[in-house]
Design a protein around this ligand. Sequence first.
Ligand SMILES: [Zn+2]
Length: 225
Amino acid sequence: MSITTTRSFQCRCGEPLEVTVADSLNAGRHPHLRDALIAMELHRFTCEACGATTLVDTPFTYFDHERKQLFLVLRRGDLASEAEGIARLAELYKVTFGEAASPGVQALGAGMMVRLCLGVLAVRDKVIADEARLNDLVLEELKCQVLASYPELALHAVVALWLDRVTADELVLLAESAHAAEHRVVHVPRAAYDALLERGAQALLASRPELVRGPHVSMLRLGLR
Ligand SMILES: [Zn+2]
């Protein structure tokens, strides 16, 4: 099942809004919530007073039995450290698939993709990448190389690149800027991903080990303290 709660927040115009958000999203049972996440409509609300839309950045768990995915989505600002997020995910895994669970459910946990995601764009990125059968470590390395080799991104104070869609020829990334609300679209040839995949995830990890810490696989780690 999916679990929802009502949250109160204030629109930029000052209007108080009551919204329903998912604390726990079961993508298998509620595929429309997964669709909403991919469409960037999940937790996006429109203010009746001023018409502005706001994406409510809220923590939630994301589970997909069929696709074998367990993601914990947290806000970076809520965490004292990355280690705290990793510990919370370990606890979630233990409660869900650990000793307290039935043997069948424990077996389900084996081979599951388990990831810590900082923010809704991070979990959306993992869902899209996994659907396209991309290796997320290879993808994160690709993002680092794109950031280093597309000079126009430096001008826009890009803090993160997020996978938006994958076609036969290219990966389309969204560049999140520290200044602008709008994301710039970056087109990367699929061949660039394939070349990195050819080198192999282990070789990439050996040359840039800071991309991964346990279940946290992200270019954001390069800026984490
Ligand atoms: Zn408003």
